[in-house]
Each structure stands twice: as structure tokens, then as C-alpha cells.
Design a protein around this ligand. Structure first.
Ligand code: DGL
Length: 262
């Protein structure tokens, strides 16, 4: 049976993870849900976010007969995974900052964690750093701007020209050569980040998440050759479908669009 996979985020950020899922899972039905009504998550109170994510994921799981959920949002994953797993009977894969990978690469040198203002303050991140950073000092930067710039890049192809002003002083002061992109919106800006900071290695979790999802699916769900699709769903205002095409067309999947009631 072909698996129905829900990929969830506040906005377009989770598309950076979906990109890897499309490559890794040629036969899955992918349902991408963006919560445009409560975007941005990085500035939301914890209790509001907690309730919201659980409610929407339950609703989407029923509507689309979902077999597995990917919370393609670090801000949500670092808070709501325990309650989601308690309330849903299907596997839930979270996306959290790739501190472990960065520490392996940095070999004791400094690591930067670039994430939303909410994620950089989470006890979950404190624990990740304690468990996995080893000898590397970790410097955190919370940015709400980068989330907006990633949305503008995807919908309007508007370049994030203020990246050097925002990140340059931090990278220089902390002598960063390894930076974790701890928000799924940020890998959408990787080519621009590389252009402005060629000396920095930008690390995200997308490929690892796709491998993890693949390992959780039954083998027979990955062998059918003719079943694959992408459904783009949303809560709140409808996204600009024409503007998203340039991102979605290269996936070469049959596309559907679907509003989720709230
Ligand atoms: N893409 C999300 C993350 O990974 C959240 C961005 C936001 O809505 O603030 O954290």
C-alpha cells in the first residue's frame, strides 16, 4: 500500500524537508499542510502553539487518512512531540536542530545555531546541546526576519539582501565555520547564505529526516511504481498557487490543492 505522509509547518519552510522526501520516497502520497492562520510559530506562546498543532494534525490525519506525520518545523517539534505522540496512534517524526551532526563536523570548534526566537530558548535545545555538542562552544541566534525572508524568496523570488548585516557580526564575533539551520525555512536560503558566507558550512536536517521516514515505512509501501502525488493544504488564507509553481513543478508529481477547515 502506498503511504500517506503528512508534512506539517507554519508556512513554506517544510517544503525544504519535502524536497528531500520527494527524492527519497518516489511512491509516497505527500500531504503538505501549512498553518498560515497562526504563522509565524516562532513568536507564538507555547500553550497556543501546543494546542494548535495537535488540533490541526488530528484534523488532517482524519481528512487525509495519514499513516505517518513529519513535523517539519523545529519550533513545533521542540515543544509538541510528546503530546502529539500521546494523542495520535501513528508514527510522528520531528525535525530538530542538527547539533549532533554539526559537532561531528566542527571537531571542538564553535557551532552556531540559527533558529526562531522560540526555538533558541527551548529547554529541548539546551538538552540537545548538553547531550551532543561535546567540546564545541555553541552560539545561538534567534531570528524572526529570516523566516519572513524565506517566505518572500519562495513567493516573490525577492533576495534576502540584508543577510550580511544580520548574520555577519555574529559569524565574525563567534568565529563560526559551522552553523546549524535550526528552522526549516532557512535551508530555502542556503544558496544565498553560501554566496554571502562561503567560509561557513550550513547544516540542516532534511536529508536525515527523509532517511528516517523511509526506514519507518513498510517495505511494500515503497515498491509501487505508479502511485505518487503531492497535495498542498493550508489553514487560513489560501497560498498563491501560481507563485509556488516554480518550487513544485520540478518535483514532477501530480498536484492537488486543499483547504483544511479549522
Ligand atoms: N519553519 C519553522 C521552524 O522550523 C517555523 C517558522 C515560524 O513560523 O516562525 O521553526
Amino acid at each position: 500500500m502506498t503511504a500517506n505522509i503528512l508534512v506539517f509547518d507554519s508556512g513554506v519552510g517544510g517544503l525544504s524537508v519535502t524536497d528531500h522526501l520527494v527524492q527519497q520516497l518516489p511512491n509516497a502520497h505527500l500531504f503538505y499542510l501549512m498553518d498560515r492562520a497562526f504563522f509565524p510559530y516562532g513568536q507564538l506562546a507555547d500553550e497556543v502553539l501546543q494546542e494548535r498543532v495537535v488540533t490541526l494534525c488530528q484534523q488532517a490525519t482524519l481528512a487525509w487518512h495519514i499513516d505517518l506525520i513529519v513535523i517539519a518545523c523545529n519550533t513545533a517539534s521542540t515543544l509538541v512531540l510528546p503530546s502529539l505522540r500521546q494523542r495520535l496512534q501513528i508514527p510522528v517524526v520531528g525535525v530538530v536542530p542538527a547539533v549532533k551532526v554539526a559537532a561531528q563536523l566542527a571537531q571542538g570548534q564553535a557551532i552556531g545555531v540559527l533558529a526562531t526566537p522560540a526555538t533558541v530558548q527551548r529547554p529541548y535545545l539546551d538538552q540537545l546541546i548538553k547531550d551532543h555538542a561535546g567540546a564545541s562552544p555553541v552560539h545561538r541566534l534567534g531570528s524572526a526576519e529570516l523566516v519572513q525572508w524565506a517566505e518572500q524568496w519562495v513567493y516573490q523570488q525577492q533576495a534576502a539582501t540584508a543577510l550580511p548585516e544580520l548574520l555577519g557580526p555574529w559569524i565574525e564575533r563567534c568565529q563560526l565555520r559551522h552553523v546549524v539551520l535550526g528552522c526549516t525555512h532557512f535551508p530555502l536560503l542556503t544558496s544565498q547564505l553560501q554566496q554571502h558566507f562561503p567560509e561557513v558550512r550550513w547544516i540542516d536536517s532534511g536529508a536525515a529526516i527523509a532517511r528516517r521516514v523511509s526506514s519507518l515505512l513498510p517495505a511494500n509501501s515503497q515498491t509501487q511504481v505508479d502511485a505518487a502525488s503531492v497535495t498542498i493544504g493550508w489553514a487560513g488564507d489560501a497560498p498563491d498557487q501560481t507563485a509556488l509553481q516554480h518550487f513544485l513543478t520540478p518535483w514532477q508529481r501530480p498536484l492537488a490543492w486543499h483547504a483544511i477547515e479549522q
